[in-house]
Design a protein around this ligand. Structure first.
Ligand code: IPE
Ligand code: IPE
Ligand code: MG
Ligand code: MG
Length: 311
């Protein structure tokens, strides 16, 4: 798959996800209510939509129909959107910008931003537990998926990771703690997205294990890549960097082991992702290309940064 083929694929999946997200909020009518406006602000135009894309890719790889996957893809993106709105709040990372636009609390106030997050998290589970879902998927499977998603979003996953992230601010933490945070605050939802897609498709136990391994490596790599790029944003763009974290020192891979070792770890994780997908051959191509895209972007930018600082 070439870079431009991948770009087309990602765009196509994004379009399907955006349409499904629109539909999922339609049940409440336009955006008359303030809460819906704030929730939509967190969802649209959105970012890379990487989690729902991974869910679709894993599902389609094992033969699931996109129609059956989309509600779950939307739920995962809603949980991501909620986590970002809350993450940016003054009581957490206190960020004013997200994707180049003012953060939700800057636009709607802190109270409404809190509620928009609460609303998105709750709607996610409402969406995947409704009667329409049960018309096409067995209730037992749906229950298992809800259980997995809540596990990933909760104390064992995203919420637990965010809590330790918060506790670790301005402290000297070791690499094990950094990984603990990453695997939970970011990795868990990515892993759940992949596993949900594969399970909706009825993937065999061994295949599900491989996809899970891939998901664990990719989830960790995703946060390291994000921190590597964030760090470069600060050094390259100076004060203007989006995620400046207002002087708070965060537990990140680059801050604990340095950027060179962080990039080394990314290379290692990239190889591990490929290894898990190798048995699938061409069927695993979209997942392979997505991992390469995420990981190489950070590695390449790091290369550029080094050249610039030398010249
Ligand atoms: C940002 O996630 C927060 C992290 C968990 C690193 P994304 O990079 O997926 O954000 P968007 O949705 O594409 O903007
Ligand atoms: C965000 O992590 C993780 C979640 C929202 C769960 P970060 O705080 O590192 O991500 P950015 O830099 O704000 O996107
Ligand atoms: Mg944070
Ligand atoms: Mg943040």
């Amino acid at each position: 798959v070439t870079q431009s083929e991948l770009a087309d694929y990602l765009q196509m999946q994004r379009t399907a996800i955006d349409r499904a997200l629109e539909l999922s909020l339609k049940i409440y009518g336009g955006q008359a209510q303030a809460i819906l406006k704030a929730m939509r602000y967190g969802l649209f135009p959105g970012g890379k939509r990487i989690r729902p894309i991974l869910l679709l890719a894993a599902g389609e790889m094992f033969g699931a129909k996109q129609k059956d996957l989309l509600p779950f893809a939307c739920a995962v993106e809603m949980i991501h959107a909620y986590s970002i709105i809350h993450d940016d709040l003054p009581a957490m990372d206190d960020d004013d910008l997200r994707r180049g636009e003012p953060t939700a609390h800057k636009v709607f106030g802190e109270g409404m931003a809190l509620l928009a997050g609460d609303g998105l998290l709750t709607e996610a589970f409402h969406l995947i537990s409704g009667p329409e879902i049960l018309r096409t998927l067995p209730a037992e499977l749906v229950l298992r998926l809800i259980h997995e998603l809540s596990h990933a979003a909760g104390v064992a996953g995203l919420v637990g990771g965010q809590a330790v992230d918060l506790e670790s601010e301005n402290k000297d933490v070791d690499l094990a703690t950094v990984e603990y945070i990453h695997v939970r605050k970011t990795g868990a939802l990515i892993l759940a997205a992949l596993r949900m897609g594969a399970q909706i498709a009825g993937a065999k136990a061994g295949d599900l294990r491989s996809i899970s391994k891939y998901g664990e490596y990719l989830g960790l790599a995703f946060q390291i890549a994000d921190d590597v790029l964030d760090g470069l944003g600060e050094t390259l763009a100076g004060e203007g960097a989006e995620s400046g974290h207002k002087e708070r020192r965060k537990a990140t891979y680059p801050s604990v082991v340095g950027i060179v070792q962080a990039v080394e770890r990314l290379r290692e994780l990239s190889k591990l992702c490929d290894r898990e997908l190798a048995p699938f051959g061409g069927t695993g191509e979209s997942l392979r290309a997505i991992a390469e895209n995420i990981i190489t972007r950070a590695i390449q930018d790091k290369g550029r940064a080094t050249e610039e600082s030398i010249s």
